[in-house]
Design a protein around this ligand. Structure first.
Ligand SMILES: *Cc1c(COP(=O)(O)O)cnc(C)c1O
Length: 484
C-alpha cells in the first residue's frame, strides 16, 4: 500500500500559514543565494497534519496495544512521568548551568542514585551510562581497572552463559576480553560444572543474567557466585530483568558486584527508538571507587541546616562514559515513577509481572511447548512451532500482527528451537491476556489446518512481510521523491 508523499500532494499556491505584512526593512540577500524554485512542496496545514498523523499511526507502540516483547520489558510509560519531565525547570535546564542554580536537579539525581542503591543492594550508583549495553561496557572497563590495580591485569577471560543477551559478548569483546561461553543445564540454569571447569587464573569475571533470558531464576546463584569469587573473578549482573525482582530480592545481597539497571525497562521510561535510554550502574564497596564520574553527593548540613549537592569523581574512576550527566530527562521520568509507586507499589508490580507471565505460560503450553517448564519469572520461552504443525515461529509472529498484537521476541535465546520469548508485564489486565491466548490458540489451529495462511501473513498491515535482512542492510529512510 503506497501512501502519497508530501511532494505528490503538493499544488502550487497552497499555504499552511499566512504571515502578516512585513513591517521591517528588507535585508538584501546576495543574488547567488536566491533560488527561484527550491522545490519544496506546497500544502495546506490540514494536509500536513493528516499526512504525518497517518504515518505516525503505522507505528506500533506500548500505547497502541499489547507488546509482549520478551527481554525488553515494554511496560507502560506513565503520563505522570511525562508531565513531570515537561516541567520547565527540568525540560529547559542546561548542563553548563552552575551547580549553585541547579540544586533541585542534583537533588533528584542524588535521590535516584539512593533509590537504585537500595533496590540493587549496592554501595554506590553512577547514572552515566546511556543504555544497558553501555552499562555492561562500563562495568567491564571497571573490572579491567580493578584487576590492573591489584597487579592482576593478565586476567582476560569473561564467562558468558549461552542464554545471555547478544550485547554481553559484544561488550566483553569491546572491552578487550575473551568471551568464554558456558552452557546451560537441563533445568535452564548455568551449568555449574562447566563454570567450575572454566575458572582459572585467567578469569576476570562472569556476566550473569538473573532471572536469565529463559525467564528462569538461577537456582544455585550463590554457589555460582562463590565459584567465580574464589577464582578471583568479579560477578557482573545484567539487570535487564529486574522487573521480576524489584523490591523482592537484591542482587547485591546475592553477591553481585556490579549491575546495570535499564530505566527504559524496569522503571517505565520510554525506549525512545534507540535514543535516550539510561543504564545506571550499581557497584559493591570493592568496585565503587572505579565508577564513572560524575556522581552526585550530598554535602553535610551547614550550620543553618541547609543541604547542598555537588558533582564528585570516585577515587579510581574510569572517567566519563557519556557527555554531561547522562540522560537527565529519563532520570526525571524514572524518579517520578519510583516516587509514585514506593516500595509496596514496586513489589506489587514485580509480583504481578511474574503472575501474568506464569498465567500465559500455563494457558499456552498445550499448543506451544515450553522446554523448561517450571515456574517462571516475568517472562518465559516457548517453541513457536505449534504442536502438530510445520510452520515456523516467524509465521506465528507475523500472523499475530493481523490480530493486532505486537509479536513476542523471535529466535532468542538461541538455546530453544523456534523460540518465542513472551513478556506480558504487570500492566496488562486479564482481558488482554485472555485475548492474546485466544489469538495464539486460533493461530495454532490455523497452523495445523491452513498453514499457507500463516506463511503469507501479515495481510492486515500497511506493509506485508518484509525482507528484514535486506531492509536492515539497505536502509532507505528518505521519501521516494527525494532519492537521487
Ligand atoms: C535489553 C537488554 C540488554 C541491553 O540493554 P539496552 O538498554 O537495550 O542496551 C542487555 N541484556 C538483556 C538481558 C536485555 O534484555
Amino acid at each position: 500500500m503506497s501512501e502519497p508523499t508530501l511532494y505528490e500532494l503538493s499544488a502550487t499556491g497552497r499555504k499552511a500559514v499566512s504571515l502578516p505584512e512585513c513591517d521591517v526593512k528588507l535585508a538584501t540577500i546576495p543574488e547567488h543565494l536566491i533560488r527561484a524554485d527550491n522545490g519544496l512542496p506546497e500544502l495546506t496545514e490540514q494536509q500536513i497534519v493528516r499526512h504525518y498523523l497517518r504515518l505516525s499511526q503505522r507505528n506500533f507502540g506500548v500505547d497502541c496495544g499489547f507488546y509482549p516483547l520478551g527481554s525488553c520489558t515494554m511496560k507502560h510509560n506513565p503520563k505522570t512521568s511525562e508531565q513531570t519531565a515537561r516541567l520547565p525547570g527540568f525540560a529547559q535546564i542546561h548542563p553548563f548551568q552552575d551547580e549553585a542554580i541547579v540544586q533541585g536537579a542534583l537533588q533528584l539525581m542524588f535521590e535516584l542514585q539512593e533509590q537504585l542503591k537500595e533496590i540493587g543492594g549496592f554501595e554506590a550508583v553512577s547514572l552515566q551510562p546511556t543504555a544497558g549495553a553501555q552499562g555492561e561496557l562500563t562495568a567491564l572497563l571497571m573490572i579491567r581497572a580493578y584487576h590492573a590495580a591489584r597487579g592482576e591485569g593478565h586476567r582476560n577471560e569473561i564467562l558468558i552463559p549461552d542464554s545471555a543477551h547478544g550485547t554481553n559478548p559484544a561488550s566483553a569483546t569491546m572491552a578487550g576480553y575473551i568471551a568464554v561461553e558456558v552452557p546451560s543445564d537441563g533445568r535452564g540454569n548455568v551449568d555449574l560444572d562447566a563454570v567450575r571447569a572454566a575458572c582459572s587464573g585467567r578469569l576476570a569475571g562472569i556476566m550473569l543474567t538473573n532471572p536469565n533470558t529463559l525467564g528462569l531464576f538461577e537456582e544455585r546463584v550463590e554457589e555460582l557466585v562463590g565459584l567465580v569469587r574464589e577464582s578471583g573473578g568479579v560477578v557482573y549482573g545484567d539487570g535487564a530483568n529486574m522487573n521480576a525482582l524489584t523490591a523482592i530480592a537484591r542482587p547485591g545481597d546475592l553477591g553481585i558486584d556490579l549491575m546495570h539497571f535499564n530505566l527504559h525497562k524496569t522503571f517505565a521510561t520510554p525506549h525512545g527508538g534507540g535514543g535516550p535510554g539510561s543504564g545506571p550502574l550499581g557497584a559493591s564497596s570493592q568496585l565503587a571507587p572505579y565508577l564513572p564520574s560524575p556522581i552526585v553527593e550530598r554535602l553535610p548540613e551547614d550550620k543553618k541546616g541547609s543541604v547542598e549537592y555537588t558533582l564528585t569523581c570516585p577515587s579510581h574512576s574510569i572517567g566519563r562514559m557519556s557527555s554531561f550527566h547522562g540522560s537527565f530527562g529519563m532520570f526525571v521520568r524514572a524518579y517520578s515513577y519510583l516516587r509514585r509507586l514506593g516500595a509496596p507499589g514496586l513489589r506489587a508490580a514485580a509480583i504481578d509481572a511474574v503472575l501474568n507471565s506464569n498465567y500465559l505460560r500455563v494457558r499456552l503450553r498445550d499448543d506451544y511447548p515450553v522446554p523448561f517448564d517450571r515456574t517462571c519469572m516475568h517472562e518465559f520461552v516457548c517453541e513457536g512451532q505449534p504442536k502438530g504443525s510445520e510452520v515456523r515461529a516467524i509465521d506465528v509472529s507475523k500472523r499475530l500482527m493481523d490480530f493486532g498484537f505486537h509479536p513476542p521476541t523471535n529466535y532468542f535465546p538461541l538455546t530453544v528451537r523456534e523460540a518465542l520469548m513472551i513478556e506480558p508485564t504487570e500492566n496488562e489486565c486479564k482481558a488482554t491476556l485472555d485475548a492474546f491466548v485466544e489469538a495464539m490458540r486460533a493461530i495454532a489451529k490455523e497452523a495445523r489446518e491452513e498453514p499457507g495462511r500463516l506463511r503469507e501473513a501479515p495481510s492486515a498491515t500497511p506493509v506485508r512481510r518484509l525482507d528484514e535482512v535486506r531492509a536492515a542492510r539497505e536502509l532507505t529512510v528518505c521519501e521516494p521523491t527525494l532519492r537521487t
